[in-house]
Design a protein around this ligand. Structure first.
Ligand SMILES: Nc1ncnc2c1ncn2[C@@H]1O[C@H](COP(=O)(O)OP(=O)(O)O)[C@@H](O)[C@H]1O
Ligand SMILES: [Mg+2]
Length: 209
């Protein structure tokens, strides 16, 4: 049985794909066999990124496959150590089932209330469906300032959820890196790389033993 991590959100554009790639790359770097199960069939952005990554000759390169649903993703886990579910663009009726199958659910959130409220809403809906809050972690991305990050962290903590350490600032360099098949933990700027590594490591540390 692979360890399963799910990136889920009510909204699109909150960094689900960005964080799932970086998690997959960093877990693979530690020697694990990692697969990304892309459940965003309409966009399939992980498949494109995977092609770019292979084309750029980068390693490690986690396997990526597009799946129509959770059942198909589980059926094709193929002996992987870790399965990272990159959730559908928006939460749908399968979101609870995906979360239930996961050892850890990661909910990315930005700093605006328009991002934070849906993050809390999806977390609450998972808890209501029986998923322990301890199996959920939020991760801040597309943040502009430390002050903004702290306010967002306070909002999510107050709502009863853990938040990964640090945050991904909103930076064009992260997009540039991903455009060339890299993960945000592989950007060339050392401070941005360190910021991404901190968030990703904190999520990895939250995985149950
Ligand atoms: N911290 C960030 N700084 C700059 N751009 C970002 C950041 N996080 C994500 N992006 C960009 O925002 C867009 C949406 O991110 P993505 O990870 O695809 O979100 P989702 O999978 O939740 O829809 C992508 O173009 C991505 O490159
Ligand atoms: Mg996506």
């Amino acid at each position: 049985m692979p360890t399963k991590i799910g990136l889920l959100a009510l909204k699109g554009g909150v960094s689900k794909s960005t964080i799932s790639r970086a998690l997959a790359v960093e877990l693979a770097r530690s020697g694990l066999s990692v697969r990304i199960a892309d459940l965003d069939v309409l966009q399939g952005s992980q498949v494109d990124w995977h092609r770019d990554r292979l084309g750029a000759g980068l390693s490690p390169t986690p396997a990526v496959q597009l799946h129509p649903d959770l059942g198909d993703a589980l059926a094709h886990a193929n002996g992987a150590d870790v399965l990272v579910f990159d959730g559908p663009a928006r939460a749908d009726r399968e979101t609870v089932a995906i979360a239930k199958s996961c050892d850890l659910v990661v909910i990315p959130a930005g700093a605006a209330l328009d991002d934070l409220r849906p993050a809390v809403r999806v977390a609450h809906s998972l808890v209501k469906a029986g998923i322990p809050a301890a199996r959920i972690i939020c991760a801040l991305s597309r943040i502009s300032t430390d002050t903004e990050a702290e306010a967002a962290r306070g909002f999510l903590t107050e709502a009863g959820y853990r938040v990964a350490e640090g945050y991904l600032p909103e930076r064009a360099s992260y997009r540039v890196a991903q455009n060339s098949g890299r993960a945000v933990t592989e950007v060339s700027a050392p401070t941005l790389r360190a910021a991404a590594e901190r968030v990703i490591q904190s999520i990895i540390d939250a995985l149950p033993e």
